[in-house]
Write a protein that binds this ligand. Structure first.
Ligand SMILES: [Zn+2]
Length: 218
């Protein structure tokens, strides 16, 4: 366990945190492996939830670069659009399931989710990298409104977030998992932006492909 790592040099895209694509791929592959969805639409939901959960923790990174912020946004936008297109052209019905739930409750949930995301990325007191957005509290607070929008996506989303936090704990930088409590945890096993990150990304990509083939969607 490590304590009290300084904030000043944290949160720089590409230098102090694992690649967002690594977290997303790990979240998606682990969701398929753990939840074992049956049917193509359930697979798509689990992949989408795992990708989003793995991605969202790092919205607390302050890159100070519009280009890096743009590509960070593209990282989640591209796969989600691809999933929507697959759903549309294969007529899997996921969009219909989401639209059928649209109403006052789902709208409140969506609004609460967006407000939380804005707070997590912008509110200075919370937005230090690897604090609120990398905590069990955030997993619960983000999962609750998402449940109001589309409950099926919550399990893979939570898996994605939890694995993101777990992977970051293996790095040398501390993670405030129990936020708002102050202890920061890290195992100091490897650098967040080194070969292990690249290797893990490749393994997760292969695992995702194998799982999708095994589950009959690819
Ligand atoms: Zn992170």
């Amino acid at each position: 366990m490590c304590y009290g790592a300084p904030y000043a040099d944290e949160g720089k895209v590409g230098s102090r945190h694992m690649n967002s694509r690594t977290h997303m791929l790990v979240g998606a592959a682990a969701s398929l492996a753990l939840l074992e969805p049956t049917g193509a639409s359930a697979c798509l939901i689990d992949v989408a939830g795992g990708l989003l959960g793995g991605w969202i923790c790092d919205i607390d990174v302050s890159s100070k670069s519009a280009v890096k912020d743009y590509f960070f946004g593209v990282d989640i936008l591209v796969p989600l659009v691809a999933i929507a297109l697959i759903d549309h052209f294969l007529d899997l019905g996921v969009a219909g399931l989401v639209l059928n739930r649209m109403g006052p409750v789902a709208t409140v949930g969506a609004a609460a989710f967006v407000v939380l995301a804005v707070l997590g990325s912008q509110w200075k007191r919370l937005c230090h990298h690897r604090t609120f957005m990398h905590s069990f509290l955030a997993v619960v607070l983000f999962s609750a409104p998402l449940w109001l929008v589309f409950p099926q996506v919550v399990p893979p989303f939570a898996i994605g977030m939890l694995l993101h936090v777990a992977l970051d704990v293996t790095n040398k930088k501390g993670v405030q998992v129990l936020f708002p409590l102050s202890p920061r945890f890290c195992l100091r096993l490897f650098r967040s932006d080194g070969r292990v990150d690249k290797g893990l990304r490749l393994v997760a990509l292969v695992a995702l492909g194998v799982l999708l083939c095994r589950l009959g969607i690819a």
